[in-house]
Design a protein around this ligand. Structure first.
Ligand SMILES: Nc1ncnc2c1ncn2[C@@H]1O[C@H](COP(=O)(O)OP(=O)(O)OP(=O)(O)O)[C@@H](O)[C@H]1O
Ligand SMILES: [Mg+2]
Length: 352
């Protein structure tokens, strides 16, 4: 079972959008596997897109939020706040088959629905890490992993691929997501502040220090103390790249390369931080083969992306033409689809 967390410490870089596209496309390419999306962001954006988008998805989200027991991530977290150190094995009760709500999504895609209550629960989750048994920190940090294990065992341990959408903040629920994942996808946008955000990821998760004496995160220190497995970097993804003309393409390239250099530096000093792709390619031994394995790019598809998210139709199955969004007719051009759909298809082929 592969468990991918999609995280960057920076907001708005496309974590939720890519979670939606990648999970849907993965489910389409692998009809015999089960795909699970765990929405660990209180904004619940990926849930909303999967459940049908801006209008219908939001409405369904509201319905699910009023179900009792609450069939969302918060329902499960509530179980764990009541039973912090002993798994209640209740995770399988918190799964929604997405195609029941949105027939644009393959039947094999399942969701643990996101919930804004996560924000309110956060302080109680943190309180559970201390005091308690000696290894309370470790036990609480594997709550989400327990949830995934419960779901997978209810599926008789069938071949499953999991995507966890994260909130940008390095909050307790993001820590739980990272402790549940064995691989990390880092989306970034090609702007000036992205390099700093990627450095923050490297420092917060892997303890990479810029300067001697820099503080390291409790997450890194405690994970190391308890010998917990940290997710390994599987890809860094330049997202929303625009190819309007040669000069903007080269501006994007410069930023992507800068970030690539930063991550290449980590590979050189600690290659064990990375997940070598199980696709038969040899372990990278130079910048070029490193880039070929770990660096991906997803173009901006402009209106097509907006329509895809607003209607909950994955980009690979969206067609060109007039679309109705909020009672307004919007045109999706084939050229927009052609910019992004092949990126997503290709990227997913490189996920295990
Ligand atoms: N490749 C893309 N092409 C066009 N639009 C995109 C692309 N990726 C993301 N977007 C758009 O950019 C906006 C931000 O994306 P998204 O909400 O996925 O970011 P995020 O990282 O999840 O944000 P947050 O940190 O708030 O959770 C959204 O409107 C989304 O539709
Ligand atoms: Mg998001």
């Amino acid at each position: 079972m592969a468990v991918y967390a999609i995280w960057n410490n920076k907001g708005g870089v496309g974590k939720s959008y890519l979670s939606f596209q990648l999970a849907s496309e993965y489910a389409r390419q692998n009809p015999s596997k089960k795909v699970l999306v765990v929405d660990l962001c209180p904004q619940a954006n990926v849930s909303s897109m999967l459940l049908g988008g801006m209008l219908e998805g939001e409405q369904r989200l509201t319905e699910i939020h009023s179900s009792r027991p609450r069939n969302t991530i918060s329902g499960y977290i509530e179980d764990r706040i009541l039973s912090p150190y002993m798994s209640p094995n209740s995770g399988a009760g918190y799964v929604t088959q997405v195609s029941k709500y949105n027939n644009r999504i393959p039947n094999n895609l399942y969701l643990v629905v996101g919930d804004e209550q996560l924000e309110i629960q956060a302080s109680r989750v943190t309180s559970a890490t201390f005091p308690g048994p000696q290894d309370a920190w470790r036990i609480v940090h594997i709550w989400v992993r327990d949830l995934i294990v419960d779901i997978q065992s209810s599926w008789n341990d069938e071949n499953t691929c999991v995507f966890i959408d994260c909130n940008p903040s390095f909050s307790i629920y993001t820590e739980l997501a990272l402790s549940a994942a064995d691989r990390l996808l880092i989306p970034f946008s090609a702007d000036g502040s992205s390099k700093r955000a990627v450095k923050a990821v490297l420092s917060l998760v892997y303890g990479v220090r810029r300067h001697q004496g820099d503080l390291q995160s409790d997450f890194f220190l405690e994970s190391t103390r308890y010998r917990m497995v940290l997710p390994k970097i599987y890809m860094y993804i330049g997202n929303r790249l625009t190819q309007m003309n040669n000069s903007s393409a080269s501006a994007f390239k410069t930023v992507v390369n800068e970030i690539g250099d930063e991550i290449w530096g980590v590979w050189q000093s600690s290659p064990q931080t990375f997940f070598t792709h199980p696709n038969g390619a040899p372990t990278p031994n130079n910048r070029k083969s490193f880039k070929a394995m770990f660096q991906y790019e997803v173009n901006d598809a402009n209106t097509a992306s907006v329509v895809s998210g607003a209607l909950g139709i994955p980009i690979a199955s969206l067609t060109a033409g007039q679309k109705n969004v909020s009672d307004r007719s919007i045109t999706v051009n084939q050229s927009q689809l052609d910019k992004q759909a092949p990126n997503i298809t290709q990227l997913v082929k490189n996920l295990e």
